[in-house]
Design a protein around this ligand. Structure first.
Ligand SMILES: Nc1ncnc2c1ncn2[C@@H]1O[C@H](COP(=O)(O)OP(=O)(O)OP(=O)(O)O)[C@@H](O)[C@H]1O
Ligand SMILES: [Mg+2]
Length: 255
């Protein structure tokens, strides 16, 4: 049984415009899949639909997580089951510190795993884990005390997304252009942090425009995404080919 399976998934915008037009994808634990494709092809729409964002309607097909059909579940229910999305454009939550946000998110998942009964992580244990992950991802203590993403630089937001992932330890991590905006050192740290978590407990779907992040998170499969569909699949070498040649070969030819 696959960890995450998409069967002929179709996604439309709220006004009914079809964006994702039949995607079949199977991701197992211990696997990294990369999706690369032109701007506006529907990659973030696919990611939002996976997470259960209410602005994106699943109009056909299925999403299975560990064999369970989660297509109709709300975003929080999917998160509790282990789907995680690192956003391309993370939102700020003024008034909520990074630390308290992470503790709430973690406790919500623990509660769901405990049959709906509160089972908060003891504060010393939380602090120890948080400090360890912050050190690994080189997030300063000062940042953890600030309001979530409020005034954070682009790269700081991406780091905090991955800190969130490291704390929640999802089954499947979807990273939507986590590499964009990261400086060279941050890319290595963040991508290394993701690679360390990929294993028997977690698979990853990495949406990116650039081959470079794939030097740190080695993809088992690369999918080319054009106009709402996967049009080509290959191994890590396909990312190099795309970087060299672009998407011309996959775009409709002018008449
Ligand atoms: N909430 C929305 N409201 C209106 N249009 C939307 C919305 N979300 C997506 N779209 C449209 O759907 C199409 C696909 O957008 P999407 O963000 O999924 O592309 P993408 O492949 O992630 O592009 P990029 O590489 O630039 O991030 C675009 O034409 C976009 O304008
Ligand atoms: Mg996008």
């Amino acid at each position: 049984m696959a960890l995450l399976e998409l069967k002929n998934l179709h996604v439309a915008l709220e006004d009914g415009t079809p964006i994702v037009k039949g995607v079949d994808l199977r991701i197992d634990a211990n696997e990294v899949h990369a999706i690369m494709g032109p701007n506006g092809s529907g990659k973030s729409t696919l990611a939002h639909a996976l997470m259960g964002h209410p602005a994106y309607q699943i109009t056909g097909g299925q999403i299975l997580l560990d064999g369970e059909d989660v297509t109709e579940l709300a975003a929080n229910e999917r998160a509790q089951r282990g789907i995680f999305l690192a956003f391309q454009y993370p939102h700020a939550i003024p008034g909520v510190t990074v630390t308290s946000f992470l503790r709430s998110a973690l406790n919500a998942v623990r509660k769901a795993k405990n049959g709906g009964v509160d089972n908060p992580i003891p504060i010393p244990e939380f602090r120890k884990e948080l400090l360890a992950q912050m050190e690994r991802l080189e997030v300063s203590r000062e940042m953890a005390q600030r309001y979530l993403n409020d005034g954070f630089s682009g790269g700081e937001k991406k780091r905090i997304e991955i800190l969130q992932m490291a704390m929640l330890k999802p089954r499947i991590a979807v990273l939507d252009e986590t590499d964009s905006g990261l400086d060279i050192d941050a890319l290595r740290i963040v991508a290394g942090g993701v690679q360390q978590l990929v294993g028997p407990e977690m698979g990853a779907l990495v949406i990116t425009h650039y081959q470079r992040i794939l030097n740190y998170i080695t993809p088992d499969f690369v999918h080319v995404f054009v106009d709402g569909r996967i049009v080509e699949e290959g191994g890590a070498e396909l990312a190099h080919k795309l970087e060299a040649e672009g998407y011309a070969a996959f775009l409709p030819q002018p008449a």
